[in-house]
Design a protein around this ligand. Structure first.
Ligand code: GLY
Length: 377
């Protein structure tokens, strides 16, 4: 019943170089000289413009006042939030690029979280059949997930990421001080994708993440913790990059990155529909708890690790707050998930930590039992 042909080993990636930088100026100085100064554009949103643009400008001050004035004239600030990740905003980006004289010799810097990099990446990938863009992610979620891997797109017809293209950024510049501008909830949202990467990769990664003192890191990190965080984030990005390199357009192995997302997306959509949206990563953690329980039922995944993740969820993310009255609605949302390849609901389940099986299926009774478990926590 459970196809499991995409097992993989992550041993090969240990020691892979990360792509964090201590100096945005040096990175841009390496990349930008191949573009004319008046062909550099920047797209961001109003929250990022307030919280991160001043930091970005202080980092790039060495380019000089003329360059900064030019860039200021070439900056488009979009409204913030998932509600604006749509065709209307893409049209605004195209109108802007066209009226500002962008051509295929231009480059667009995308400064922001996943909404900005997904949507403006899509707009750049279509404009004049594609102009290069550079992602400069400012949230943990976009660093470890959205900005890397070439997925660009917008929401459409009430569904997330329905229209889009695979088009990798020319470069991905990761500068961790932006994360200090994030509220704890947004940090935890990104941390959820790091939990996902660890669980699909290996017990070593999972135990290392569990051992990291999140509360202390969020309150007052010391130097040793900063070093450990850098190491964890680098390994997390490496795990994602390794998977994407094997299967850039999600024909097979990349589906393992959907672990937690079948149940997670259903919860996220239901909460959005009720006007009670929660950060994506929270929904993914709730989804991972249900899907690990399902992995236990279907593939014999060890019960003690299900308990470990459940306790971690309760300590850091809280409970989902649903009940058995929500089964049918969630099942219906899962049936309409674009990850399904036939009429059945498709999951990435785990045999054990580090052994993901994409394209797994379960009966409605098993799914309800897994939801029961999640709702009881
Ligand atoms: N966010 C999952 C992926 O990039 O495939």
């Amino acid at each position: 019943m459970h196809k499991c042909k995409n097992n993989c080993t992550f041993a090969a990636i240990l020691g892979h170089n990360g792509m964090l930088t201590d100096d945005i100026f040096l990175e841009l100085h390496r990349i930008l000289p191949r573009f004319a100064e008046d062909q550099v554009f920047l797209i961001t949103d109003e929250n990022v413009a307030r919280e991160c643009l001043p930091l970005f400008e202080s980092q790039t001050a060495d380019f000089g006042q003329l360059w900064q004035n030019m860039l200021r004239r070439h900056t488009l600030v979009l409204p913030a939030g998932e509600a604006h990740k749509n065709l209307d905003t893409v049209r605004r980006i195209w109108d802007y690029l066209q009226s500002a004289g962008a051509t295929r010799r231009s480059v667009v810097l995308l400064l922001g979280g996943g909404v900005v990099t997904d949507m403006a990446g899509f707009a750049a990938a279509c404009y004049q059949r594609g102009i290069p863009f550079i992602n400069i992610p400012t949230t943990l979620l976009s660093i470890v997930d959205a900005s890397d891997g070439g997925k660009t797109g917008i929401d459409y017809g009430g569904l997330k990421n329905q229209i889009g293209l695979f088009r990798p950024a020319l470069e991905n510049i990761i500068w961790l001080p932006f994360l200090r501008t994030l509220p704890a909830e947004q940090f935890l949202s990104g941390w959820a994708e790091m939990i996902k990467h660890a669980l699909i990769a290996s017990p070593i990664e999972w135990n290392r993440l569990l051992a990291f003192d999140l509360e202390q890191y969020l309150a007052a990190p010391d130097e040793a913790q900063e070093d450990e965080f850098r190491a964890l984030i680098t390994r997390s990005m490496d795990i994602k990059r390794y998977v994407v390199e094997q299967d850039p357009e999600e024909q097979d192995m990349r589906r393992i990155l959907n672990f937690g997302h079948t149940v997670g997306h259903a919860i996220e959509s239901e909460l959005i529909g009720r006007g009670q949206a929660r950060p994506h990563g929270y929904c993914v953690v709730w989804g991972m708890v249900a899907e690990l329980y399902l992995s236990h039922l279907c593939l014999g995944f060890p019960a003690e690790v299900v308990t470990q993740l459940s306790s971690y969820m309760k300590a850091h993310y809280g409970a989902v707050g649903f009940s058995c009255r929500d089964y049918e609605r969630l099942l219906s949302l899962m049936r309409h998930d674009k990850k399904n390849t036939d009429s059945r609901i498709s999951f990435t389940l785990l045999r054990h930590v580090g052994s993901p099986c994409a394209g797994s299926h379960a009966s409605d009774e098993q799914i309800k039992e897994a939801l029961d478990y999640l709702f009881s926590l």
